[in-house]
Design a protein around this ligand. Structure first.
Ligand SMILES: Nc1ncnc2c1ncn2[C@@H]1O[C@H](COP(=O)(O)OP(=O)(O)OP(=O)(O)O)[C@@H](O)[C@H]1O
Ligand SMILES: [Mg+2]
Length: 251
């Protein structure tokens, strides 16, 4: 019954495999202020992506949009993580689907001990790393388990903020300026922790003013300027390109 042309035609149109994570044409606003202006990028599972750009470029706003915070408000665009439509979710639903945002102010609870901060993250499912496993990866936190979080150094507080997220079962770790205010030796310690997170298959997007450090950690880079993506590619290509670094990163 089928003619030759019909026999040659595929039964269904080929279906492109969606990226593990994709932000597609995101437009987000604080009230009337139009801030995230058509941001699109794709991320492979297990990548570490450096999300860079000058002050006010829209980095924090982009992370908050992905984590489905109320502000800025996403008015257009799609966000997919492992086949799940984050753009249709509220922040708590996105968190359940595996989005973990460590905000710039770290959001740990100062009056609770290190261990209480960690166990608090595990009250609601899905639970991620066990406390024992966290202590293996963060020996400094093991040493300080019974200390109030307020007594920790800045670097230890950042480690606790990351560990709290890993205590939940996450797929996508979003870090906003994790190295801010930290001594280089502590930055190296956090880099080693993040490499360990990558080895476990968790995908990371890191926003950093310390662009060089972030580019050495990351395999891919995205540069934002005035709420738009102006570069997407390999981190080493940004390290090798002084023009891009000077124009958008001032380093
Ligand atoms: N809550 C808010 N209400 C209104 N405008 C905001 C709000 N937060 C940020 N903005 C504006 O959105 C723009 C992008 O800010 P955002 O914080 O996303 O930039 P950033 O790239 O993270 O900058 P930085 O490197 O300084 O952290 C800026 O012009 C900023 O003034
Ligand atoms: Mg910011």
């Amino acid at each position: 019954m089928n003619g030759p042309a019909a026999q040659d035609a595929p039964a269904t149109a080929p279906h492109p495999e969606p990226a593990y994570f994709s932000a597609a044409n995101l437009h987000a606003y604080y009230g009337e202020s139009y801030i995230v202006q058509g941001v699109s990028f794709n991320v492979h599972e297990g990548d570490i992506v450096a999300l860079l750009g000058r002050n006010g470029a829209g980095k924090t706003s982009t992370l908050r949009t992905i984590a489905r915070m109320d502000n800025p408000q996403l008015k257009q665009g799609e966000i997919w993580l492992d086949h799940q439509p984050l753009h249709q979710m509220q922040s708590w639903q996105a968190a359940r689907q595996g989005v973990g945002l460590v905000p710039e102010d770290r959001r740990i609870i100062p009056g609770l001990t290190v261990e209480e901060n960690l166990t608090l993250s595990q009250i609601a499912p899905p639970v991620g790393w066990s406390i024992e496993r966290i202590y293996e990866h963060f020996p400094r936190l093991a040493e300080r388990a019974r200390q109030e979080a307020v007594t920790l150094s800045g670097g230890e507080q950042q480690m606790l903020a990351i560990a709290r997220i890993l205590a939940r079962d996450i797929k996508l770790l979003l870090l906003d300026e994790p190295y801010e205010g930290l001594a280089p030796v502590i930055v190296h310690e956090i880099e080693r922790i993040l490499e360990g997170v990558k080895d476990l298959g968790i995908t990371t997007v890191i926003v950093e003013q310390n662009a060089i450090a972030a580019l050495h950690l990351a395999n891919r880079a995205i540069i934002l300027d005035m709420g738009q993506v102006v570069f997407e590619g390999l981190a080493k290509d940004v390290l090798d390109n002084a023009d891009i670094r000077q124009e958008y990163l001032a380093v």
